[in-house]
Ligand binder design. Sequence first.
Ligand code: CTP
Length: 417
Amino acid sequence: MNILAEKKILVGVTGGIAAYKTVDLCSKLVQSKADVQVLMTQSAQKFVSPLTFGAISGRQPITDLWQLYQGAQIGHIALAQEADLLIIAPLTAHTLARLAHGMADDPITAIYISGTMPVMIAPAMESHMWEHPATQENLQKLLERGAVMIGPESGRLASGGEGVGRMSEPTTIVEHTRMLLGRGGPLSGLRITITSGGTREWVDPVRFMGNRSSGKMGVALARVARDLGAEVNLIYGAMSVDPPLGVNLISAIRAEDMLRETLAILPETDVLISAAAIADFRPVETHDTKLKKESGKGIELERTPDVLKAVGERRREIGKPRLVVGFAAETSDLVANAKHKMENKNLEMIVLNDVTAKDAGFEADTNRITILTRDGAAESLPLLDKEQVAYQILHRVRGLLGAQSIGWSPGIGSVLP
Ligand code: CTP
């Protein structure tokens, strides 16, 4: 499962050197199982051959408006009506001007004015062209009509100079595509707060006590929750991966910071998912200067606050969040320990992972989990990549909320209106 699967995406390629990056963009979309149809202007074909796009997308690119008129259907109308999204990348100043004026003399411009699909543009041109009032006026027209613009970014340009005008990277465009297609999804209207990564407790200015958490599971949850339409807060500690676009980022490096930030956001949280590996102990004393080995000092430890326990208490007072999900990282007596944590921390759901497995848990891209809920159910899932694990967790969160949000529980003798 993923938000791009089976989505009909038209990718318009115009004549800029950045067209080579669009090959990678198409490859990424196709790998996510999107149904990609490439449209190319004449100039685009000077930069990259239609053969390349054909091989990557598995479909012959449309390079000529007349290619669309086969059989009884009016080709560009049918394509535009069926599309979930039109991405134009790179978008040159010339095609931008033609789009602004409603011209329809090639497949991209004709399809642009033939449908109501969302439109995403990734401009790419020299900075003088980008800054020219003619380009800016044209751009304004597209934005007013609802186009979503990605980039352009600053950096080295094809001329060898530096400036604004580089096309955004394919990974950035894919992220925006996922966000755009996720609008109005099954989790829309829900505010989900996710904690992620590992905490660090400082010994002195150069040393800390940390743990192996990479933040991959929390980031996957945040990205997928966003894809499904939720408003997402990500409270993050130390992570080896970048956080996703389109989520509200809150940094919290120590257990104390996690506690403060989590409690602060509870009134605006419907669902809290605590995926962070929060330290249970910290040094009693944090030294302002680097500890010298001659000092021969040991490190005395004390307990940190239990964030989920504190959430449980605050929740009783304010009635939020509606649902709290915890993680249990275990190495022995897995299910019994996880059940105990679920009850002890007053959670609706706990996600158990065996952190001794090599292909699951800390640092891995995959996870093998068991989901336990308060009704006693324990569901073990096969090895899945962390985004698929996130879908499984969020699907069950939605299920648990569903019954609550419509105020109905299937009690004995209850009759649906
Ligand atoms: N957690 C927390 N505050 C802490 C430690 C953990 O809120 N100080 C949360 C984690 O984010 C996770 C859950 O509690 O969702 C369980 O974390 P885990 O490390 O498995 O368990 P602990 O409660 O720390 O218990 P133990 O170390 O004894 O297994």
